[in-house]
Design a protein around this ligand. Structure first.
Ligand code: HSE
Length: 402
């Protein structure tokens, strides 16, 4: 019988407890022994809850209990989660977590700490919710030279973009409706400005590089400036607009970005709608591998946390190696990346657009949008694009092409 503690009895924590309760038999078969939930750490009491007697308020009760082998940290935020995880690993207890903020900032040092203490540090639920992505990268694809990971990593923004596209409703109205229904946070900044996707692509970039990619080094743009006019053009082009997190390795180095992209409809990522997430991983031998599923939500995220617990119990006494260390990764600057851009300027700037971006630009029209000139540039570096865009007094919008 392996004893487990859950830190934080909120949405994900209570989901972990539900998975442990509802799937006890399946978990036992998979882990090779029964799992017993011994403690739930929370500041609150839960009178009447099935597990009220397991609720404790002092982390030391859990840390000092030699029976506890695995701790599920589902509190979120940097502190006290970081201190609790560190203390647990220092005592040789394994930790699994859904806490993407913490993994993005301290993941590599916690992996090293786990290794030093013969424990494991796993964080499947921190990226892509219930999608079994990190374990697959860390196991089935470990022998591959992975050269790109591209994903729709945020369910809230994908829901908003899908609604804007399918129903022709503007960003602010869709966001308000999503907040009213509880799909989007009251403070939506982390999702809509791309910060959440940035943490997730930072974790994936660290796994891909084997080093520590600092999320602050990743150029990040959100979706708040995407308009329904952009979708009208996208439809004309046979494309969709998606917020992508991307990391790429090539002869120029290693590069990560979060931004809205125009994606051709024939790309499977273009057809991922609503709150779903999808991630494409490209390996040198296997080619493209695509993952799709619920990137958020209580049960899906909790299921991924429990998958980590089972992995840890199956590898009792061993450190599960994760391809990450605390050495800082050097990202190649955004300026060097070359791609095409879709740009919208006022009609009177048409000639200027040809002058500045060259005669190779391709005009795009849409029946529903007037008084502007829209075009697609030739391949151009981010640096040149920025420099050329600054020459216009007014720009209605631009989106990168995938
Ligand atoms: N706010 C996140 C999302 C939750 O919308 O995807 C899952 O990390």
């Amino acid at each position: 019988m392996a004893k487990v503690a859950v830190l934080g009895y909120g949405t994900v924590g209570s989901g972990v407890v539900d998975v442990l309760d509802n799937n006890a038999l399946e978990i036992e078969k998979s882990a090779g022994e029964k799992l017993e939930l011994k403690y739930i750490l929370d500041l609150r009491d839960f009178p009447g809850d099935k597990h009220e007697t397991q609720v404790v308020h002092d982390i030391n009760i859990i840390l000092d209990d030699p029976e506890i082998e695995v701790i599920c940290e589902t509190m979120g935020g940097l502190e006290p989660a970081f201190s609790f995880e560190k203390s647990a690993l220092e005592r040789g207890k394994s930790v699994c977590t859904s806490n993407k903020e913490l993994v993005a900032v301290h993941g590599p040092e916690l992996v090293e700490l786990a290794k030093k203490n013969g424990a494991s540090y796993l964080f499947e639920a921190s990226v892509g919710g219930g999608i079994p992505l990190l374990r697959t990268i860390n196991d089935s694809l470990k022998h591959e030279k992975i050269d790109s990971i591209t994903g729709i990593l945020n369910g809230t923004t994908n829901y908003i973009l899908t609604k804007m596209d399918k129903e022709g409703i503007g960003f602010a109205t869709v966001l308000k409706a999503a907040q009213d229904k509880g799909y989007a946070e009251k403070n939506p900044e982390a999702d809509v400005e791309g910060y959440d996707a940035c943490r997730k692509i930072a974790i994936l970039s660290s796994l891909m590089s084997g080093k520590h990619v600092n999320y602050e080094d990743i150029y990040t743009e959100g979706i708040s400036r995407i308009s329904i006019e952009d979708f009208a053009y996208a439809r004309k082009l046979g494309m969709s607009i998606k917020l992508l997190g991307m990391c790429r390795k090539n002869e120029n180095g290693f590069f990560s970005i979060v931004a809205p992209f125009l994606i051709p409809d024939e790309n499977p990522l273009a057809n991922v709608n609503g709150v779903f997430n999808a991630i494409n991983v490209h390996g040198n031998m296997v080619g493209d591998v695509m993952f799709y599923g619920r990137g958020a939500g209580k049960n899906a995220t909790a299921s991924a946390v429990v998958a980590d617990v089972i992995d840890i119990i199956k590898h009792k006494g061993k450190h599960i190696n994760v391809n990450m260390n605390a050495e800082k990764a050097v990202l190649s600057p955004k300026d060097n990346a070359v791609r095409k851009f879709f740009v919208r300027v006022p009609s009177e700037n048409k000639e200027q657009a040809y002058d500045v971006f060259g005669q190779g630009i391709v005009e795009v029209t849409s029946e529903n949008v007037y008084n502007e000139f829209a075009f697609i540039t030739d391949d151009i570096s981010e640096k040149d694009f920025d420099e050329k865009l600054w020459r216009f007094d007014s720009v209605k919008g631009y989106i990168r092409l995938y």
